[in-house]
Ligand binder design. Structure first.
Ligand code: ADP
Ligand code: ZN
Ligand code: ZN
Length: 740
């Protein structure tokens, strides 16, 4: 075994692969790429990932340490995921150890055996438990019991004890008490085995596909055995999900698996229920709300093929599959597919790469595709499949632009909008108001001396949250109590400036005192189950007026809503980022798409101080495709993505000088090798100070992608050799989607 060297991805932020000798006495047959290896690293022991075997090391065998143990008999990741990670590591130029760790569930990163899933029994509420919960008096003096019952009432499938633990400290004891009273029971979970896979599926309602759906399905289904990217464009309600379901059924019939990626927030109970109802066998669901154990179980079900359909958020793009047949990215334009820290990959782009490596189709679906994707469809790289109309006829909602200049605004609402709200409420219809800012007001201001609620750590104002009586910075999370008097001059004349959803809610309660109001944002849905309760209240018609942030824009459908008000469209029109108008357009249409149905089309009213903004007018009067056309023309003119390719070198430090000095040195290294590139900066980030650190960046741009990557391949090595000031944190962001 002399001469055998293991090349291991060690979870460390260093840009290198580490060489080790095999563990003493290990069987060389177990050393297959993809197995996990326990190895000493500095003074620690870590779990790394065997990438390849080599004959020798640049270090020379005398300097190598032996690894300690091989942890897997079979590779933890299948070959295709290894290939994807290798590709991603080279493309994003990120430290290999962190790249490979991203693909593994936490428990495997910690060295747990990748054994068959441990199925723990589930706690479920009984009918007697529901009765106890309904009788308010029964549980008045047992808040812990009440909390648990309320939670279980929201989990029709039951919940694992581990998942309940964070709710109440004493939950094992509480559960025992509840069980003795007969209010909860312990049930065996559905077995993720072939038996349950063969169980009868709910009969499929005989649904007749419309022409667009039939054509889309036929096109993809004819090419299931080769690589192709299909952009499925269709407004909300045009039947995209039905197309996904049919294609998944076709893939399952071939004995293969389908992987569906959705934005975190798109993983609504509605979507999962629809998948469960229509598709056979257990569904593996991968998202951030799972316990580590649940995540490992779902991951193993995908890997061993017990789950034929895997639904997950961003990082599920790396899910191991036993027989991959189809990838689907729902809401492909969504910003959450891009990871914004650490390993900054884009899950949509990686899904396309994975499909190419596997030779299978990938379907990207959206009502408002990313401009990048539209451009790819126009250039022939993607095939465009359109679903032009809503199922069952019915037009898309009518959009009106409402000029609010010189109008007296009541907490941001103009008299014409208030009048229209009243008309719809009087007709007993639902109204939805969209404002992408939570809290009461984005700033608190002293009328006496002009003091503003500035964050101590960021170039940002602290948002007033009146109900909680706190000022909170939405950028660094710092929060403090609201002072009764101005900290500078002592005046008590402190005034909230601007609107957040909380303030909008207060104003609307005053305006419409008899109407039930539902507010949907991160504050009002913090507690587990509260989102579901809100949705039920809305569906039942209990709440006629809905207010929310972008949380409203995804996944849910509110068929009784006939009026949508966009309270403030101006934030997006002149944002610092060249993508802000695209994001605003997508948000407006996504929100609009929640409303109305065939026999009750909706109306959308956009309040703005810039009623003549050309892109806004194009969007309102000609629709998203025309908007995209115009926005792409602007991008082409300005040589911005997708007509150029970018990478952003970010640096931050407590001391602004140090961050800039690093970027200057980086630029000096870049200049001699930057053929075909434009270098912009160093410049301060749009929000220069955040969480107490100064941030600056250097933007690199090339018209041709190969030029950029040829450059990055050389530059990244020099950057790591630079050994910068230890006070500086830096990161390379390839294809950045935010310039913050
Ligand atoms: P999208 O994903 O584009 O929003 P869905 O697939 O959810 O659209 O379809 C909207 C609604 O129409 C759903 O309730 C769905 O069950 C129903 N639907 C979809 N296709 C058809 C069809 N061909 N005939 C009748 N109803 C359909
Ligand atoms: Zn003051
Ligand atoms: Zn802050």
């Amino acid at each position: 075994m002399t001469g055998l060297v293991l090349r291991i991805a060690i979870p460390s932020p260093l840009y290198k692969i580490f060489d080790y000798l095999p563990p003493p006495g290990c069987d060389p047959a177990t050393l297959r790429p993809g197995v996990r290896i326990r190895a000493p690293f500095g003074r620690q022991r870590v779990v790394g990932f065997l990438l390849e075997l080599a004959e020798d090391s640049a270090l020379g065998p005398a300097l190598l340490r032996p690894a300690e143990a091989v942890l897997d008999t079979e590779p933890a990741l299948p070959a295709d995921v290894l290939a994807l990670l290798n590709w991603a590591q080279r493309y994003y130029h990120h430290p290999p150890g962190e790249v490979f760790a991203t693909a593994l569930p936490v428990l495997l990163r910690q060295g747990e055996p990748a054994a068959p899933p441990v199925i723990s029994p589930l706690w479920r509420i009984t009918p007697a438990g529901h009765t106890a919960l309904a009788e308010a008096a029964t549980l008045r003096r047992a808040p812990a019991q009440r909390l648990l019952l309320e939670h279980l009432a929201q989990c029709p499938d039951g919940a694992e004890a581990e998942a309940l633990r964070p709710l109440v400290h004493a939950s094992p004891a509480t559960l025992r008490v509840l069980r003795e009273k007969g209010w909860v029971e312990l049930t065996a979970p559905p077995l993720p085995s072939s038996e349950s896979a063969a169980a009868p599926v709910a009969p499929i309602q005989p649904l007749i596909l419309n022409a667009g759906q039939a054509a889309a399905i036929a096109t993809v289904a004819a090419e299931l055995d080769r690589f192709g990217v299909f952009l499925l464009e269709g407004i909300t309600g045009s039947g995209k999900t039905e197309v996904y379901l049919r294609l998944i059924e076709a893939v399952l019939a071939q004995g293969r698996q389908a992987l569906v990626l959705t934005p975190e927030i798109g993983l609504t109970p509605q979507l999962l229920a629809r998948f469960r109802e229509r598709l056979p066998g257990p569904l593996a669901v991968l998202h951030s709300g799972l316990s580590d154990r649940e995540r490992l179980n779902a991951w193993l079900l995908a890997r061993n093929g017990n789950a034929r359909v895997i639904v997950g958020t961003r990082s599920a793009v790396f899910a191991p599959l036993q027989a991959p047949g189809l990838l689907i990215i729902d809401e492909e334009h969504d910003a959450s597919f891009k990871q914004q820290d650490g390993f900054r990959y884009h899950a949509r782009d990686l899904a396309v790469i994975r499909a190419r490596q596997l030779g299978i189709p990938v379907v990207l679906g959206s009502a408002t595709p990313a401009l990048e994707s539209i451009n790819n469809a126009q250039s022939g790289r993607y095939r465009l499949l359109s679903l032009p109309e809503r199922v069952g006829g019915g037009s898309s909602p009518l959009i009106e632009i409402l000029d609010v200049r010189r109008q007296p605004l009541t907490e941001g609402l103009s008299p014409p909008l208030l009048a229209r709200i009243r008309v719809h409420l009087n007709r007993n219809e639902q109204v939805l108001l969209f404002l992408n800012r939570r809290g009461f007001a984005p700033v608190l201001f002293c009328h006496e001396c002009g003091w503003l609620s500035q964050c101590r750590h960021c170039d940002a104002r602290m948002t007033l949250h009146l109900r909680r009586q706190r000022l909170i910075c939405h950028h660094c999370g710092d929060d403090r109590a609201v002072d009764p008097a101005c900290p500078v001059c002592g005046s008590v004349d402190l005034r909230p400036v601007g609107q957040g959803t909380e303030r909008l809610e207060t104003a609307l309660r005053r305006e419409f005192p008899t109407i039930g109001i539902a507010r949907m944002d991160r504050d009002s849905t913090r507690r587990r189950g509260s989102l579901e309760t809100l949705l039920t209240d809305i569906q039942s018609g209990d709440r006629q007026l809905l207010i929310g942030t972008q949380m409203l824009a995804k996944g849910h459908h509110f068929p009784e809503v006939t009026l949508v008000g966009i309270v403030d469209a101006d934030q997006g029109l002149y944002g610092v980022d060249f993508r802000s108008s695209e994001r605003m357009a997508q948000l407006i249409l996504q929100v609009a798409g929640r409303a109305g149905r065939a026999d009750k089309p909706g109306t959308v009213i956009i309040q703005t101080h810039h009623p003549d903004h050309p892109l806004l007018r194009t969007l309102a009067f000609q629709g998203y495709p025309a908007f995209a056309e115009a926005a792409l023309a602007e991008r082409r003119e300005a040589q911005l993505p997708p007509f150029a390719h970018q990478a952003l070198l970010r640096a931050e430090a407590v001391d602004a000088e140090r961050a800039t000095a690093f970027l200057k040195a980086a630029r000096a290294l870049a200049e001699p090798i930057a053929d075909g590139l434009e270098l912009l900066g160093p410049a301060p980030a749009p929000m220069e100070r955040r969480a107490g650190r100064y941030r600056a960046h250097l933007l690199l741009q090339a018209v041709r992608r190969p030029d950029l990557h040829r450059f990055l391949d050389r530059w990244i090595v020099e950057l790591w050799a630079l050994r910068p000031d230890r006070q500086v944190r830096w990161a390379l962001d390839v294809d950045p989607t935010e310039l913050y």
